[in-house]
Design a binder for this molecule. Sequence first.
Ligand code: FAD
Length: 228
Amino acid sequence: MEYRISRIIQESPRVRRFFLETVNFDFIPGQFVVLTHPDLPQGDNQRSYSIASINANQSELELCIVLNEKGLITPWLFQRNVGDHLHISEAQGAFNLKNDENAGPIVFIATGTGVAPFRSMIDASLEFTHSEVHLVFGNRFQQDILYREHWEALQNEHERFHFHPVLSREKATNCAFGYVHEIYESILRDHSDARIYVCGWQDMCKEARERLKLLGFNRKQYAFEQYD
Ligand SMILES: Cc1cc2nc3c(=O)[nH]c(=O)nc-3n(C[C@H](O)[C@H](O)[C@H](O)COP(=O)(O)OP(=O)(O)OC[C@H]3O[C@@H](n4cnc5c(N)ncnc54)[C@H](O)[C@@H]3O)c2cc1C
């Protein structure tokens, strides 16, 4: 269906938040939509985007997209303006919270726009579980930390929510220096009952998968959403 762009926010130097006017757009936390470019040939014309909205059935649906200057679709997307229309599918995908009796911590691991589906998943985790909830979020620089105010406000609001920003190219107060891997490993070491959700680009996901296996976690305990 076609949806009108109602707002665009430049969230960081290379990332924009696109808001689409919707009525009762339903989704399960963690799902994505497929965007179709109107002019490109079939096979080249579709890309998936995680839903970055916190709640379903609002008047706007949010997508959080990083520009790939050499890519086919994002340069076109970054030339769209408020009032233009985008064609997107219904919500789809099975990267969702597992409902189980387990009371272990829930650990979300993301880099860059991989944090998008965690907006709704973390909100749902805090609402529907009693578990400790961790977000380990890796970026290069402070300016790249998407939704930073939101995560910090959530941490102030909920004792159970722990925000762990990690920077690989800059040292900064309240942020760890390095990569996400060391941070989640230190959380998980004492929690063999944890549930783990990982979202981002290929390299990070590949390494996380290997490290989680080495730590002794099995496939029922973790889920991945890989962005390529
Ligand atoms: C389920 C799913 C959900 C996704 N959700 C999001 C989302 O919420 N936000 C978002 O920005 N993207 C998301 N993506 C990625 C998105 O679908 C596109 O791949 C991306 O926007 C690039 O499209 P493009 O046409 O500009 O580049 P393409 O022409 O497709 O890109 C060319 C190549 O560059 C690689 N690439 C592109 N961007 C990057 C990057 N930043 N880092 C490393 N490699 C890269 C691609 O893998 C590809 O090999 C998601 C992908 C999947 C599968």
